[in-house]
Design a protein around this ligand. Structure first.
Ligand code: NAD
Length: 290
């Protein structure tokens, strides 16, 4: 089995981005600047945002972190978004999800200027993506597409089953994989919590993209020999033998699938680092827009 090593690939792409930033600096151009808004102190969100900010530093981007407590009001957060929309120095920004329950995520998303939406979550970017127009592609699906491309995994004419229909992963993944491009040109089935006979679908798949959030749900009996598994899930599983009392597990049973599949992403170190790199690629693009 080939390990689709997102960590190593992300490192390579970061070196390429760093070379781009060095060239921009030599030409006295605009150094890309990403801002991240983090609300509250959800441990996973803190880790994700820290990784994003650290990655900016690694490639020579500028970054700003704006933190507010859980108690922030909708009006205060909207004011931050509007300020970032108007700040000519900030090329792109993200509002880390999930937001606390009292905040309206949709309203915040709609307030983000699509030209600065480097997460690719706003209706304009989702719509442009769907029409095949130039856009900021959602970070995780785009990171997966870059991974498929760089690892030379053929998608044309293949049966792909996407598990999970979230707006940020599953749904855009189906759009990107089925469009007329490379990678792309796949025959895509989207499965979700109401899908009947899930196994009938997954057994047909040449490629499975799992974005469900249930630890190790995709098991060897559900997968055909030689399939490719892209595991998006990041789940904490109690494990008293670990110093933190938990381990991270994907949505696929990595150990059980190793002798069955032809290629698979590990968790951690697979899709996660590609998501961050994809965000950086979007930020570079944002800094170069006219
Ligand atoms: P989500 O958590 O919003 O939704 C889960 C989806 O799974 C839903 O669409 C639901 O219909 C589907 N589902 C639930 N039970 C199912 C079942 N039994 N069979 C088939 N489908 C089922 O989705 P999300 O935000 O895409 O997150 C999914 C996972 O991916 C989570 O573990 C999340 O932490 C992880 N994630 C990782 C990255 C990354 O960069 N690696 C990015 C985003 C999300």
């Amino acid at each position: 089995m080939q390990v689709l090593d997102g960590k190593a690939l992300a490192k390579t792409i970061k070196e390429e981005l760093k070379a781009d930033v060095d060239a921009i600096r030599r030409a006295a151009g605009k150094i890309p600047h990403l801002a991240a808004v983090l609300i509250g102190d959800d441990p996973a969100s803190q880790v994700y945002v820290r990784n994003k900010v650290r990655s900016c530093e690694e490639v020579g981007f500028r970054s700003s972190l704006i933190r507010r407590p859980d108690s922030v009001s909708q009006e205060e957060l909207l004011a931050i978004v509007n300020q970032l929309n108007d700040d000519p120095d900030v090329d792109g920004f993200i509002v880390q999800l999930p937001l606390p329950d009292h905040l309206d995520e949709d309203a915040i998303n709609l307030a983000i200027d699509p030209r600065k939406d480097v997460d690719g979550f706003t209706p304009v970017n989702i719509g442009r993506m769907t029409l095949g127009l130039e856009s900021y592609l959602p970070a995780t699906p785009n990171g997966i597409m870059v991974m498929l491309e760089r690892y030379g995994i053929e998608t044309s004419g293949k049966e792909v089953v996407v598990l999970g229909r979230s707006n940020i992963v599953g749904t855009p993944m189906t759009v990107l994989l089925s469009r007329k491009s490379s990678p792309g040109n796949a025959t895509v089935t989207l499965c979700h919590s109401r899908t009947k006979n899930l196994k009938e679908h997954t057994l047909r798949a040449d490629i499975i993209v799992a974005a469900i959030g249930i630890p190790e749900m995709v098991t060897a009996d559900m997968v055909k020999d030689g399939a490719v598994i892209i595991d998006v899930g990041i789940n904490r599983v109690d494990d008293s033998s670990r110093p933190r009392g938990y381990r991270l597990a994907g949505d696929a049973d990595y150990a059980g699938l190793q002798n069955k599949v032809s290629a698979m992403t590990p968790v951690p170190g697979g899709v996660g680092p590609m998501t961050v790199v994809s965000l950086l690629m979007n930020t570079l693009k944002a800094s170069q827009r006219k």
